[in-house]
Design a protein around this ligand. Sequence first.
Ligand SMILES: Cc1cc2nc3c(=O)[nH]c(=O)nc-3n(C[C@H](O)[C@H](O)[C@H](O)COP(=O)(O)OP(=O)(O)OC[C@H]3O[C@@H](n4cnc5c(N)ncnc54)[C@H](O)[C@@H]3O)c2cc1C
Length: 468
Amino acid sequence: MKIIMGGGLTGLAASYQLSNNSVPSLILERGSILGGLARTFNSGGFRYDLGGHRLLTSNRWVEQLFRELLGDHLLEVERKSQILLNGRYFHYPLRPLNAIRGFGTATSLKILKDFLTEKTRGLYHQRPNLSLQDWVTSNFGRSLFEIYFRDYSEKVWGIGCNQISSEWVAKRIQGISLWKAIRTAITRMRKPQELTLSDRFYYPLEGIGELPRAILKATPHARLEINTEVVEIYHSERRITGLTVMTPGGLRRVKGSGYISTIPVTTLLRSLRPVPPEEIMNEAREVKYRDLIVVVVMLRQDRVTDLNWLYIPQKTVPFGRIHEPGNWSPIMSPPGKTHLVVEYFTSRGEDLWEMSDWALESLTTYHLEKLGIINSKNVIGTETRRVSHAYPVFDLDYKKRMRKITTYLSGFHNLILAGRTGGFEYLNMDEAILSGIAAAERLVGLPHGESTINITDHLIPRGEEIRL
Ligand SMILES: Cc1cc2nc3c(=O)[nH]c(=O)nc-3n(C[C@H](O)[C@H](O)[C@H](O)COP(=O)(O)OP(=O)(O)OC[C@H]3O[C@@H](n4cnc5c(N)ncnc54)[C@H](O)[C@@H]3O)c2cc1C
């Protein structure tokens, strides 16, 4: 029996692939429902994800899996998002022509001038792009960094852009330059009907939580235990020998022949018995995840926007992003009603995290009304959910730290770390699924090259966009 710690998409995908190889697995999930970050809640007919989760992949195998698992519940949704900058709405990702119109000629020329200055400077003086600030400034110029990238990034991460590793942003906006964006804008003017992968996405009819449920259904050799938290992990002679789990019925021992961990790497390290060397625990104490609060505002009106997402970098507004689930799938809200899901990026212990649900809900309604997005008279309900370990924080030293930690953990022969939370990697759902599949194949010792999937079998490129 293989043991999988964590019932998010990575853990479920690992279990799915073990099952495909006729290997039984036991998934231990702390929460009361499966899916981890990819869960959907239903509050009196108002369904919502923990921040809208669109399905997007450039991998053929994963796309086919989505189709097989979700069938006619896999909706294709046209993407329409905006960003509110200095009181004006812009397309998101930024489109050059729309930006010129919105910023005005003077600011647009300044953006272009700063961009050219950076490019010219780059010809003579190559600086290392260590931080997000370095990377964005050298690729897009100082003005675009300040107007478009800085405030939103700092809201998400809670630290200055000069403290965020450039690796995160380089991955998110890979292969993009201002020139390419301008070229794309011109091509689009010529062929407006052509949609790229970033113009549309897939979404399950009943919300993203339908995906983990569908994976479990297609996994006959798996057993899922919810409300089961891994609290201690025993090891001896470089092997994991068993776990203690906390369940509603009390503590219990669990034993398997191989283990996949998708739980936060910090939790894993703290649970090991004997405890890891002090040097490793010191590194672990510096590994940070960013948490998230979602506040749902239910309204007695048909729709508030026609958008998938609205991004709000402005620092005087405490939340960063809003989505309206009814624009993702028609059954997400009851007929004649709608709801907004408002995301606060925060960390345990910060003022926002410590606020009561009631205070957060009042704060949300107040700011939504102040921004002119809702009329508070239409609010018929609110709900708050706190999500821990939502984002791995890539500060400037994370790589060095994680290298030490993973080197230590790779010494355990029957333990594999996988996924976004478990592997401390900034993965989207398709990548989390692939990570779970790869972990399962390593655990059963499938020789390299005998995988049933081709991880590099890419579809068309994701499309070019300037986004965070
Ligand atoms: C706000 C937000 C929006 C996102 N939007 C998108 C999007 O639009 N598209 C996209 O592709 N991706 C998106 N993602 C990323 C996506 O959510 C992840 O890639 C994916 O869900 C990661 O799955 P995972 O299994 O690796 O991690 P998780 O989902 O974190 O799973 C880990 C699981 O371990 C469990 N666990 C933790 N500790 C213990 C313990 N001690 N014992 C037992 N169980 C434990 C947790 O409860 C959880 O279920 C988004 C993420 C966030 C935060």
